[in-house]
Structure formats: C-alpha cells, structure tokens
Design a protein around this ligand. Structure first.
Ligand SMILES: Cc1cc2nc3c(=O)[nH]c(=O)nc-3n(C[C@H](O)[C@H](O)[C@H](O)COP(=O)(O)O)c2cc1C
Length: 183
C-alpha cells in the first residue's frame, strides 16, 4: 500500500478476527515500533504480545484489575471478555527513566509513536487494528503483570487482526485550515 495513501486515508478497525500477523509480519510490526522517534536512543518501550492462551491469562489479569478497582459486574464482564475481541493484542509499556536531557513526556510520546507505527505496519501488510486504553491501564494489578516500574506507563493496547467489516476507504477530506497557522 502506498505510504501516503495509508497515512491520509487510514481507519482503525475494531471487528477483528484470525489471522493475526505471524512470523516476519509480526517482526516487521515490532521493527516499525522500534523505529519510532526516540530522543537519546533510550528505547523507552516494552511490547507484550498477547495471543492464544496469553489472551486467557490477560483476561484473568484484567478481571482481577476490574475487581480490585471496584467496577460493577457489567464492567468486570467487559474487562474479562475484552481480550477476545481480536486474535492478538500488543500491550505497549513506556519504560521511562529519569534523564538529564530527555524528560518523561518525551519518552511517553516515543512509546505512543511506536503504537502508531505498529498499527501502520500492520495495515501495510493487510491487517488492521485499533489502539485502545481505558481505566485499567492504571490498575496496579495490570501494571504489575506488565512489569511496570514506578515511572512506567501503559500507553495502550493495540488490538490486531484481520478486519471483518470493510471500512470505508473514502475519508471525507478534512478541513485542515482551523488546525494550521503560519507563524
Ligand atoms: C491513547 C489512545 C487511547 C485510545 N483508547 C481508545 C479506547 O479505549 N477505546 C476506543 O474505542 N478508542 C480508543 N482510541 C481511539 C481509537 O484508537 C481510534 O483512533 C478511534 O476509534 C477513531 O478511529 P480512527 O482511527 O479510524 O479515526 C484511543 C486512541 C488513543 C491515541
């Protein structure tokens, strides 16, 4: 897929099924994530690939997190089932450090750019997905399961797979003018 076409017209997809990226496709996705802009070459990210039985374990973790957070039954059930909305999830943790030159917000942005780059690399290979977050990104249970230290932050869960609904490829041309100023 042409790079500009992909960037200008891309859509996220939430209805996802098998197949998920494997082998070289998945490696390309991770490599794209690791080419995110990275001030100081800190590589401030950790990627957790959740698939197969990993989804069961992740479901358990999210359920525990939801219970600990005092969610109502409906929300607990939503947390339990959410990993099964796609054949693969890549949980992205920003691994932040105190740095004399690179503040934490820059490290968070790098990890966020990695999520976007991975979604685009998936799309370029015929897959798609959606970047999700939610209150459980701050859950102690989930943070601990994903090895978060004090400064670390779960920046997203990238759901990946093969889109089930044909999303419209014609995006209405946005009115860019209000968002742009020449200084
Ligand atoms: C940090 C971040 C967190 C997000 N969390 C969610 C989420 O939890 N649930 C959701 O439906 N969309 C979430 N989104 C938005 C989707 O990824 C997506 O951009 C949105 O559904 C619009 O679709 P589009 O990408 O096709 O424009 C999040 C986006 C970002 C950048």
């Amino acid at each position: 897929m042409d790079a500009l076409e992909l960037l200008v017209n891309r859509r996220s997809a939430s209805r996802l099924a098998e197949p998920a990226p494997t082998g070289e496709q998945l490696e390309n996705i991770i490599r794209a994530g690791m080419r995110a802009p990275d001030h100081g070459t800190l590589q401030p990210w950790q990627f957790f690939i959740i698939e197969g039985e990993g989804r069961e374990r992740f479901s358990q973790t999210l359920t525990e997190g939801a219970v600990q957070a005092g969610f109502d039954e409906k929300a607990i059930e939503k947390a339990r089932t959410s990993p099964f909305r796609a054949p693969m999830i890549i949980a992205v943790v920003a691994k932040c450090q105190q740095h004399h030159k690179v503040p934490q917000w820059e490290q968070l942005l790098s990890a966020g750019c990695a999520v976007m780059a991975m979604q685009m690399a998936a799309l370029a290979q015929g897959f798609n997905g959606i970047w999700r977050s939610g209150p459980l990104t701050d859950s102690d249970v989930v943070r601990q399961a994903l090895g978060c230290g004090e400064l670390d932050k779960i920046v997203g869960f990238l759901y990946l797979g093969t889109p089930q609904l044909k999303t419209s490829t014609t995006i209405s041309t946005p009115d860019t003018a209000p968002f742009v100023r020449y200084f």
